[in-house]
Design a protein around this ligand. Structure first.
Ligand code: SAH
Ligand code: SF4
Ligand code: F3S
Length: 469
């Protein structure tokens, strides 16, 4: 995933924002300020925009740092132990703010809120705890907290999709749109089915209407989000994910369409063909393999074999030869042997991913795998993970080196972080491309334009090039 898993994505809303969800009788925020800090995956980034949408509707104003805020919310992740540890540390660091301002409301939202529930309220500092399906309650819980009452809302829902809430978006040209929520796959290592509940999808019309509004507002790229986007199903029209993609591509021809994340079991021929058919659907697929060993995949309840995965990959590449691929890999799952690990490395050599998100297995309480034990010693797990990372770096570097001389259509995002004389953008294949910027007055492109760039050099993470007319 482009998921900067475990990295805080700071969600700062433009202010003053138009408050599309305002209803005059409900404006209780009274100009109070809220700061939300987001951890975990893109679903959380998108949810934070929904929470800000709910709060905007009640008269709250969003600010860009905790010390300017009346309400501080942490939207959290529970996927691995270190993701939760980070939140405990952050909460400790926030203690000084609360000491200086006893009216400050501190809330924990998201997957860790859902997993730990009332346990989080035992921390003196925490006033409210809200799970992913209860974000509509945030304003009321904040009101109560201001009167000294702690509050919790962690019920999961079979129907909540927030499709009537207008998210407060922060990115200039690129937007997240959640199209489905929850996960029914129950991989044995994973907390998501417990923290996010059952799968449910928005209908095609509501998604397409949102995309058209985004296009009108000047957004140039959208990422359709779900824990398993390709198990999307519109119960009203019967549309599947391929149908939704085609309807989206048709509705917003000037926008690039991306999606994440997909499951190998649901990677149908129809979906692959639909991607190939539409020029504005990006040729980039994140398809987590997790392990190259069938024995481990079975223990993980991934529901596919390595052979199935390779067959899907071959089909994808036959139809889209220049597609970019990324994956997720877990090192050191219970009972993983040296032979299993070698199979993972072999699978990586066979597929040759453009990029990968690689993790050491972290046992999660109440999952099936928790009961299987965590029997791969830490030093072995770390060594295997390092071998996976090293192999991926060398493959990424080789793949990117082969890009030299090629042309890419790059969506211009703005100045690069390191050097003001250079700008950055992203290729259709989701690679960051850096190019010299000739200055505001002479450049004939602006942020949001698509320009053609010839690649001149590369690293394992980045392509560098020059604009060609
Ligand atoms: N729905 C997505 C994954 C979401 S979680 C999918 O199935 O592809 C993102 C990634 O975190 C997973 O793909 C997996 O590689 C990793 N992950 C999940 N649980 C984990 C655990 N207990 N320990 C280590 N990595 C884990
Ligand atoms: Fe977790 Fe598996 Fe669902 Fe992905 S498909 S969210 S790994 S249970
Ligand atoms: Fe983390 Fe929840 Fe996403 S556990 S990865 S924030 S769905």
């Amino acid at each position: 995933m482009s998921t900067t898993i475990d990295l805080p994505i700071l969600a700062e809303a433009p202010s003053p924002a138009p408050f599309p969800n305002t209803s005059p009788t409900e404006a209780t925020g009274d100009g109070r300020t809220v700061y939300i800090e987001t951890y975990g995956c893109q679903m959380n980034a998108s949810d934070s925009e929904i929470v800000l949408g709910v709060l905007d509707g009640r008269g709250y104003r969003s600010v860009d740092s905790a010390d300017k805020a009346d309400v501080v919310l942490l939207n959290t992740c529970a996927i691995r132990d270190n993701a939760e540890r980070k939140i405990h540390e952050r909460l400790s660091a926030l203690q000084h703010l609360k000491k200086g301002n006893s009216d400050l409301v501190v809330g924990v939202l998201g997957c860790m809120a859902e997993r730990l529930r009332a346990k989080l309220l035992e921390k003196e500092l925490v006033d409210i705890v809200v799970g992913p399906d209860e974000y509509r309650t945030v304003p009321d819980l904040v009101d109560k907290a201001l009167h000294g009452d702690k509050g919790i809302a962690v019920k999961l829902s079979r129907v909540e999709t927030y499709d009537d809430i207008t998210p407060v978006r922060t990115e200039g040209i690129s937007a997240w749109v959640s199209i489905m929520r929850g996960c029914d796959k129950f991989c044995t290592f994973c907390v998501v089915p417990f923290t996010r509940g059952r799968e449910r999808s928005r209908n095609v019309t509501s998604v397409v209407d949102e995309l058209k509004a985004l296009q009108d507002q000047g957004f140039r790229e959208v990422t359709l989000l779900g824990q398993n986007v390709n198990s999307y199903r519109d119960d009203v029209s019967g549309a599947d994910f391929a149908d939704l993609l085609a309807a989206s591509a048709r509705a917003v021809p000037t926008m690039r369409i991306r999606y994440t994340t997909s499951h190998p079991q649901d990677m149908s021929d129809k979906l692959i063909d639909t991607m190939a058919e539409w020029h504005n659907i990006c040729k980039y697929i994140h398809l987590p393999i997790q392990s190259g060993s069938n024995r481990i995949l079975e223990l993980m309840n991934r529901t596919y074999t390595v052979e199935h995965y390779f067959e899907r990959m071959d089909r994808i590449r036959a139809v889209m030869p220049h597609v970019a691929m990324s994956t997720d890999i877990i090192a050191g799952f219970c009972t993983e042997t040296e032979d299993d690990h070698q199979r993972t490395l072999d699978a990586m050599r066979r597929v040759r991913y453009d990029g990968a998100y690689m993790f050491a297995y972290s046992p999660r309480e109440n999952t099936k795998a928790w009961k299987m034990g965590d029997d791969v010693a830490d030093d072995i797990k770390s060594r295997r993970l390092q071998e996976i990372i090293d192999l991926q770096h060398s493959i990424s570097a080789e793949i990117n080196a082969a890009e030299v001389g090629r042309l890419h259509d790059v969506l211009v995002e703005g100045p690069s972080k390191r050097n003001g004389a250079e700008w950055k953008g992203r290729s259709d294949t989701n690679k960051t491309v850096i190019f010299p910027h000739i200055g505001e007055t002479t450049a004939d492109y602006v942020v949001g334009d698509t320009i053609r760039v010839r690649i001149t050099r590369s690293t394992s993470a980045t392509l560098f090039g020059e604009r060609v007319e």
